[in-house]
Design a protein around this ligand. Structure first.
Ligand code: MRU
Length: 364
């Protein structure tokens, strides 16, 4: 997608320095577009932990390069396993991270150590290229849903969508998952409007999704996290569409904290609740998401402080709770499959159920 008219991916290898990667520092959006250069595994692990890069598919892609960087000094089996374990640990809920690292390890272990670095770059590049293709396909399948709504409305008014967190192009290598169909609908002239949940505590909605949509010219309104149910009751939401960090074999969906409450409100108001995901987000090893998906607990300071533009025009942080009040900060929650209308994958749509997933992915 484009920033100031220039097309970018969210991670790339510069042609003049192929042994490093570039990412956007997502902690600086929307105030600054700052490009960071990463060339060792420590920097990659830090970027993932501190959420300079974030979004399940992008974390996986960046971690794949991190694994290659780790082999520069020692490409032995032991070094490979150790780096893989360290990277997987950086963020526990997003399964794409483990998926990408396991794919890299499987491929590299089959090669002699002296061939692992070059082959690693090729494989990490392939993960990135595939992510772009997969998200484009998700976009096309999701676009059909938006078209159906637009036709049902007699091509009158606008299609109102609601999204939570940021599942846009900067959360993937390109296109995004939940936002891909929205970009495509907008590009073909369907008047879409997006209710953007601010997504406390880190505000990925108001800071990142609103910036992405605005940059692409998509009509949107930032709302407080608690406002979605109100707009659903008023008939102002035609569809909820979100991304996910992990989907279980029975179709339970882990996504940014607060997603579950949106799904409950959607159910109560007969609003379709769709989840967009690449198949790399499916964790076939777990079934019951509430019991089995580890939920990342992040620093309480993310809840106790808010980041924004201060009156002086510079980004800054303010405390929003009494000095001695503690906070809890689960970063994700699990929406049970029964609340999910369906899943949008690169192979098409399916029910959020074991049967639905198996029908699309029989090989799994
Ligand atoms: O904590 P984050 O910002 O990495 O969380 C991101 C999300 O919850 C996204 O919805 C999810 O990763 C899907 S991104 C295509």
């Amino acid at each position: 997608m484009k920033i100031n008219g220039i097309a970018y991916r969210s991670v790339w290898r510069p042609s003049d320095d192929a042994k490093s990667i570039r990412i956007f520092d997502q902690t600086r959006f929307p105030w600054e577009v700052e490009v960071l250069e990463l060339r060792d595994m420590g920097a990659v692990a830090h970027a993932i932990r501190s959420m300079q890069v974030r979004g399940a598919p992008l974390i996986g892609a960046v971690a794949a390069y991190g694994l290659v960087f780790a082999l520069q000094d020692d490409a032995s089996d032991a070094a490979l396993e150790k780096a893989a374990a360290d990277l997987i640990e950086t963020r526990p809920t997003a399964i794409n991270l483990r998926w990408a690292i396991e794919r890299m390890v499987k491929h590299l272990r089959s090669l002699p150590p002296e061939r692992r670095i070059d082959a690693g770059y090729v494989e990490a590049d392939a993960i990135c290229d595939e992510d772009v293709q997969v998200n484009e396909a998700i976009g096309r399948h999701g676009l059909e849903l938006i078209r159906e709504i637009w036709e049902r409305k007699g091509r009158q008014g606008r299609v109102n969508l609601l999204t939570h967190c940021n599942a846009g192009w900067i959360a993937t290598v390109d296109w995004g998952t939940a936002l891909a169909p929205i970009y495509m609908a907008h590009d073909e002239g369907i008047p879409v409007h997006v209710w953007v949940d601010e997504t406390r505590p880190r505000n990925q909605g108001s800071l990142l999704t609103a910036w992405e949509l605005g940059s692409h010219g998509v009509a949107h309104t930032v709302i407080a996290d608690n406002a979605g149910g109100h707009y659903m009751q008023a008939g102002d939401v035609d569809m909820v569409i979100v991304g996910t960090d992990r989907v279980t074999a029975q179709g339970d969906v882990a996504n940014k904290i607060g997603t579950y409450l949106k799904a409950l409100a959607a159910k109560d108001n007969n609003v379709p609740f769709w989840v967009a995901l690449p198949s790399s987000t499916i964790d076939w090893r777990v079934r019951d998401g509430v019991k089995e998906i580890p939920i990342e607990e992040r620093s309480q300071n993310e809840v106790l402080f808010m980041t924004g533009l201060t009156e002086s025009g510079d980004p800054g942080r303010v405390r929003i709770a009494p000095k001695n009040s503690p906070a809890a900060n689960p970063a994700f929650d699990v929406t049970p499959a029964r609340l999910v209308t369906g899943l949008i994958t690169e192979r098409g749509r399916c029910d959020a159920s074991e049967e639905g997933l198996k029908a699309l992915f029989p090989e799994s």
